[in-house]
Design a protein around this ligand. Structure first.
Ligand code: FES
Ligand code: FES
Length: 166
């Protein structure tokens, strides 16, 4: 079957198996490898991407279900001038990663969190990211990074998911 969608601002149409998961489509068909597969069972959040403005665990969605959608992955966060998006920038400055395996999903989930709640408390960040697991258990600095991104986003107004693929 054919699926058409916009991935990180670029429109594309591909022939896929009807059973192909969105995460496999992104990694193997589109060639975007930042989105990781940690569990394949909707548990870890490593595969989180943004579909039509909502965070989605892409191992839970068929590529066919994303037909006609706008999809944003970690690779789509840089602006045209190459500037780092405030959320990954905050993960960098606050050391919000250790092995980095959970990080793409954490970043995308954090963008969704901040879109819904631009000024979260520490507790709200922890609750908002409860669907994303860090096997290095680096949660403390991840929370610090999201709080820092909230500050930066509040100043720059650039943490909304509608702007991530700009
Ligand atoms: S790989 Fe999708 S939730 Fe773990
Ligand atoms: S930094 Fe290693 S899994 Fe989170």
């Amino acid at each position: 079957m054919q699926v058409s969608m916009t991935v990180n601002g670029q429109s594309r149409t591909d022939d896929v198996e009807p059973r192909l998961l969105l995460v496999h489509y992104l990694r193997e068909v589109v060639g975007l490898r930042a989105t990781n597969i940690g569990c394949d069972t909707t548990s870890c959040g490593a595969c989180t991407v943004i579909v039509d403005g909502l965070t989605v665990k892409s191992c839970t969605v068929l590529a066919a279900q994303a037909d006609g959608s706008e999809v944003t992955t970690l690779e789509g966060l840089s602006g045209k001038d190459g500037a780092m998006h405030p959320v990954p920038a905050a993960f960098h400055s606050e050391h919000g990663l250790q092995c980095g395996f959970c990080t793409p999903g954490m970043v995308m989930a954090s963008i969704g969190l901040l879109k819904d709640n631009p000024h979260p408390t520490d507790r709200e960040v922890r609750e908002g990211l409860e669907g994303n697991l860090c096997r290095c258990t680096g949660y403390h600095n991840i929370v610090k990074a999201v709080l820092k991104a909230a500050e930066a986003g509040a100043a720059a107004g650039t943490v909304g998911a509608s702007e991530v693929s700009a």
